[in-house]
Design a protein around this ligand. Structure first.
Ligand SMILES: *[C@@H]1O[C@H](CO)[C@@H](O)[C@H](O)[C@H]1NC(C)=O
Ligand SMILES: *[C@@H]1O[C@H](CO)[C@@H](O)[C@H](O)[C@H]1NC(C)=O
Ligand SMILES: *[C@@H]1O[C@H](CO)[C@@H](O)[C@H](O)[C@H]1NC(C)=O
Ligand SMILES: *[C@@H]1O[C@H](CO)[C@@H](O)[C@H](O)[C@H]1NC(C)=O
Ligand SMILES: *[C@@H]1O[C@H](CO)[C@@H](O)[C@H](O)[C@H]1NC(C)=O
Ligand SMILES: *[C@@H]1O[C@H](CO)[C@@H](O)[C@H](O)[C@H]1NC(C)=O
Ligand SMILES: CC(=O)N[C@H]1CO[C@H](CO)[C@@H](O)[C@@H]1O
Length: 318
């Protein structure tokens, strides 16, 4: 009896603490973390699901479906929407959807679709392209998400952020100085804290390395509403994905002229957006795969991504 009472009391105390933390978190930076304004992301629901993870999960794996800030692009005219997960691809998606929404204006300025969007076009021009929380919105008959092999995605981000960007900013990647295991250790601890609702703000690195299942307002239900496009690591696979995307546009009534323009842009500029071939990436990738500690941590962080997106896991099953 008394033990039950004590447990109930403890649970309440934990819930209150989490609630206070969350309300601090939401009010502090409401614009950046668009977790409010949607019932599913209300303090009550977040608290409920977070306490559920904390109490039911004894697995060392980083859990899936932790609500993370996501942005989307939409084209209501074609009943299409897409979630933007990865940095570079998301720039391309933004340009594509902006182009779909305002083809004439866009062509007249003569800007390439793939040129960094922000530098050339005012936010307002493509204002309506942005959206929040489309996972359950029935206005869009197709909701796209481009996914990538989780370990390749990490590797690409590591080379980009922890090698290249860290040259100029030594605080980048937690000051790990190109040490992958150091980054993964820190990141694993941070993801655990985030999943438990115990971390109040997210780092730049968190946003780049978070599991894909944390984005797009994915949960075990909403994930069924998405159509996935797999972005492979080879040119062949990537051009296949581009063709698949063009096919989707065509089915949604985008005219041939627009499609062939987009197709040419993407094909001509594709190689620029892929680091798959770079020598440094190959070298680091080799080191990563032969380092048991790196692979152990990658397994803990990304195994659930492999399961959820039904991708073949590179980790030895034990
Ligand atoms: C929690 O989310 C569900 C939808 O998943 C919603 O129907 C319900 O109203 C929400 N509860 C609160 C208190 O916001
Ligand atoms: C906790 O999680 C279980 C399994 O995922 C689910 O069936 C249950 O409804 C959840 N409980 C709450 C209170 O969210
Ligand atoms: C988008 O446009 C609306 C009005 O048309 C404006 O209120 C809003 O601030 C704009 N948003 C951005 C990001 O420019
Ligand atoms: C769905 O998206 C459309 C277009 O962005 C928006 O006008 C509408 O309010 C959304 N519906 C819901 C239920 O959020
Ligand atoms: C668009 O292309 C498809 C297949 O490539 C073709 O069947 C169709 O006739 C074309 N439509 C127009 C309007 O050019
Ligand atoms: C992303 O873009 C940056 C420059 O904008 C580039 O250096 C990097 O290689 C790209 N990464 C991927 C994975 O395409
Ligand atoms: C078709 C093509 O080459 N499109 C663009 C690719 O990107 C460069 C700049 O990065 C543009 O100048 C091209 O127009």
């Amino acid at each position: 009896m008394t033990i039950n009472l004590l447990n109930t009391f403890l649970l309440f105390a934990i819930l209150i603490i989490i609630t206070i933390n969350l309300s601090y978190f939401c009010s502090k930076d409401a614009n950046r973390y668009s977790v409010i304004q949607d019932e599913r992301f209300s303090i009550f629901n977040l608290t409920r699901s977070i306490s559920n993870w904390t109490h039911t999960s004894s697995s060392p794996l980083i859990p899936p479906y932790v609500p993370f800030r996501s942005t989307f692009v939409t084209s209501p005219k074609y009943s299409l929407a897409a979630c933007r997960i990865q940095k570079n691809l998301s720039t391309i998606l933004l340009n594509l959807f902006c182009f779909l929404n305002t083809p004439r204006k866009f062509s007249k300025t003569g800007n390439s679709l793939t040129v960094e969007f922000r530098n050339h076009i005012s936010v307002e021009t493509c204002n309506k392209t942005h959206a929040n929380h489309i996972a359950m919105n029935t206005t869009f008959t197709t909701k796209l998400a481009i996914i990538r092999d989780p370990v390749e995605r990490f590797l690409s981000g590591f080379v980009d952020k922890c090698i290249h960007e860290a040259e100029k900013k030594d605080y980048r990647c937690y000051g790990c100085n190109k040490d992958m295991v150091c980054v993964l250790k820190e990141q694993y601890e941070r993801f655990k804290l985030i999943a438990e609702g115990r971390l109040l703000s997210f780092s730049y690195e968190d946003r780049h390395f978070a599991p894909m299942s944390w984005f797009c307002d994915f949960d075990s239900e909403t994930i069924k509403n998405y159509r996935f496009l797999f972005f492979g690591e080879t040119e062949e696979k990537q051009s296949q994905t581009i063709r698949e995307l063009m096919n989707i546009f065509s089915v949604h009534g985008v005219d041939n002229g627009t499609i062939s323009h987009i197709f040419q842009e993407l094909s001509a500029n594709r190689t620029k957006h892929s680091t798959s071939g770079s020598a440094i990436r190959e070298k680091i990738g080799k080191e990563m795969r032969s380092d048991p500690e790196a692979m152990r941590l990658l397994h803990l962080i990304y195994e659930n991504d492999y399961r959820i997106f039904k991708l073949q896991s590179p980790f030895i099953q034990s």
